[in-house]
Design a protein around this ligand. Structure first.
Ligand code: SAH
Length: 242
């Protein structure tokens, strides 16, 4: 592909993850990068702006879901606290057959994402504005997703209260974490259990092309979430279930 960016790092990382992209999909990633940089001048979307850094810390990091779920076609997926679209947009580009909802409590980030969705001509993907605690009480979202993913939103105990109510019984919640998360995972056990989740499985790996430690915490939901959860907006982060 004739391109002004050096794609070596991206291509090496993708092959480490066993992902192969068509040239149209690669172009979608490049267009996304350009929009991110352009819009970032007007609003605070990311502190990472160099092409290779965005590739490593946003694109490849988001795609590490393939370490645990190599096949996620046909799934209905929620990205909770998506911000500038991570990990949702990279996963959607690679698996266009998924049905996606991107949620965030900050509306202007969704304005950016709607422009990305239009420009990249992504289908079966929508943005929803609101807080997890409120949206998880709506019947159109509650226990409706096969998979809920979330990166850099809250500690695992609070995050489980945001995310697990959206997941169908038999579905999964996957939390992207970096560094040592033993203690955080231990502190979240009670919340996970109360909200209908099974014991977590932690998949540890290195971010492709780096020696940075990352983990995916995967939680299967095997029971319904009791009606009393999530609690009112603000409570799960102020008073996590411990
Ligand atoms: N997932 C992105 C953004 C992380 S920043 C990334 O990894 O780059 C955290 C985002 O979560 C912010 O955009 C914030 O608006 C959103 N957020 C925080 N608490 C939330 C809540 N209770 N409900 C919905 N979105 C929330």
């Amino acid at each position: 592909m004739d391109c002004k960016f050096n794609l070596d790092k991206f291509e090496n990382g993708l092959s480490e993850l066993n992902i192969s992209l068509s040239s149209a999909q690669m172009q979608q990633f490049l267009d996304y990068y350009q929009m991110l940089i352009e819009w970032n001048k007007k609003m605070n979307l990311t502190s990472i702006t160099e092409f290779e850094d965005v590739v490593e810390k946003h694109f490849l990091d988001s795609l590490c879901i393939f370490k645990t779920f190599p096949q996620i076609t046909d799934k209905k997926i929620l990205d909770l606290g998506t911000g500038a679209g991570f990990p949702g947009i990279p996963i959607k580009i690679v698996f266009p057959d998924t049905e996606f909802v991107l949620m965030d409590s900050v509306n202007k980030k969704l304005t950016f994402l709607n422009a990305v969705i239009n420009n990249l001509e992504l289908n079966n993907i929508s943005t929803v504005h609101g807080r997890a605690e409120d949206l998880a009480r709506k019947s159109e979202y509650r226990q409706k997703f096969d998979l809920c993913v979330s990166r850099a939103v809250a500690n695992l105990a609070s995050l489980s209260e945001y995310c697990l109510p959206f997941v169908k019984i038999g579905g999964y919640f996957v939390s992207y974490k970096s560094g040592d998360i033993e203690e955080e995972a231990k502190n979240a056990r009670k919340a996970i259990y109360l909200l209908g989740g099974k014991t977590e499985q932690i998949v540890r790996y290195r971010l492709p092309g780096t020696d940075a430690n990352r983990s995916l915490v995967c939680i299967e939901k095997d029971r319904g979430t009791p009606k009393s959860y999530p609690r009112k907006a603000g409570i799960p982060s102020k008073q996590p279930i411990l």
